[in-house]
Design a protein around this ligand. Structure first.
Ligand code: AR6
Length: 341
């Protein structure tokens, strides 16, 4: 997945570069800065001394010394005042400058802490939004895997309003746990759910016989519809990409899916994606709820009301919000797996 939110200690991340939320002196401090210097050892401080500090919003790079990452990128976030002193632009610049440095050094994987959201006081939900916005913009043009590392889940919060709206939606739609076995069956065996069978009334059958289906649909339409019934997940995906006038890259990037996985799906007509991958494409293509169900069915899945993950996805689709990163923030907040590969 090109952008992932993970819970971890950034000093333990096995990536090409970790980003440090430093101060202008670059000579160490508390928070994540202190943790990185402690883990990297005195060599890091010695190299930092040669750098001549760093301005707020800018970034500088050093070796990683004793941390698993090859590089440490030091960036200086703004001190949050009231949000009216250019804090957002400076914070955006921290992410942009750090990503540019990572790219310049051919990093394929980079991990960020939530810059400025500790000692510097930037509200965590807004800090996270800035991080997601800038990183996802960058990923539209660049191939890289970027992690946002959340140290302390309790300290992590997305907008209270969004949380309470989703919680309410879950409350209204969640079906009692007794039906959970059906969810498990769907998840484990990738089988479609068993829809309750309804017996057709005789009058329905008669009226069905009487109506001439072919006459209702133009022949071309009928052919197209029949073809769609037999269509595989991969075929439906490619058809929808064409119909939406998207390029492949636009689609897989918006789905937060990496190019290699997309190529696999493209070249294997029978490819069976995981449910989060199938849903990520449905979100990227901005499919309606009915179309999403259709696409999921092609992969052997269904949306269920006995599953919080599914209800959260349904919430976003019903609101017409197809921002996969916002959806992933919400899924993360509700302890659910994330969309994407
Ligand atoms: N791994 C990942 N994230 C962490 C870790 C860790 N090991 N430790 C803390 N965080 P902060 P700032 C999170 O205060 O607000 C320093 O003294 C933490 O929960 O480290 O940019 C510098 O020298 C928070 O969400 O950085 C500066 O003087 C985020 O990292 C000043 O603090 C950033 O919190 C910079 O303040």
């Amino acid at each position: 997945m090109p952008l992932e939110i993970v819970r971890n200690d950034i000093t333990k991340m096995k990536v090409d570069a970790i980003v440090n939320a430093a101060n202008e002196s670059l000579l160490g401090g508390g928070g994540v800065d202190g943790a990185i210097h402690r883990a990297a050892g005195s060599g890091l401080l010695a190299e930092c001394r040669t750098l001549g500090g760093c301005k707020t919003g800018k970034a500088k790079i050093t070796g990683g010394y004793n941390v698993p990452a090859k590089y440490v990128i030091h960036t200086v976030g703004p001190i949050y005042n009231d949000g009216k002193h250019g804090e957002k632009a400076l914070l955006e610049s921290c992410y942009r400058e750090s990503l540019a440095l990572a790219k310049e050094h051919q990093c394929e994987t980079v991990a960020f802490p939530l810059i400025s959201s500790g000692v510097y006081g930037y509200p965590k939900d807004q800090a996270l939004k800035v991080a997601i916005d800038v990183i996802s913009d960058f990923l539209l043009e660049n191939e890289m895997t970027v992690y946002i590392v959340i140290f302390d889940k309790a300290a992590y919060k997305i907008s209270e309003k969004l949380i309470s709206d989703i919680a309410e939606y879950i409350d209204d739609n969640y079906v009692d746990e007794h039906t959970d076995y059906s969810r498990e069956r769907i998840r484990m065996n990738a089988l479609p759910p068993m829809a309750p069978r309804t017996r057709k009334k005789k009058s329905d059958i008669d009226s069905f016989k009487m109506c001439d289906c072919k006459a209702m649909l133009a022949e071309d339409d009928l052919d197209a519809k029949l073809k769609q019934i037999d269509e595989s997940f991969s075929q439906m995906l490619l058809r929808k990409i064409d119909e939406k006038g998207m390029t492949d890259a636009e689609c897989y990037k918006k789905a937060n899916i990496d190019r290699k996985l997309f190529s696999k799906i493209r070249s294997d007509v029978h490819y069976k994606p995981s449910k989060p991958t199938a849903l990520a494409f449905a979100i990227s293509l901005e499919l309606s709820l009915a179309e999403t169900e259709d696409m999921l069915r092609k992969a052997g899945f269904a949306l269920s009301h006995s599953n919080k993950f599914d209800i959260i996805i349904e919430y976003f689709i019903s609101k017409g919000n197809y921002n996969i990163f916002e959806i992933n923030e919400a899924l993360f907040a509700f302890d659910q797996s994330l969309l994407g590969a």
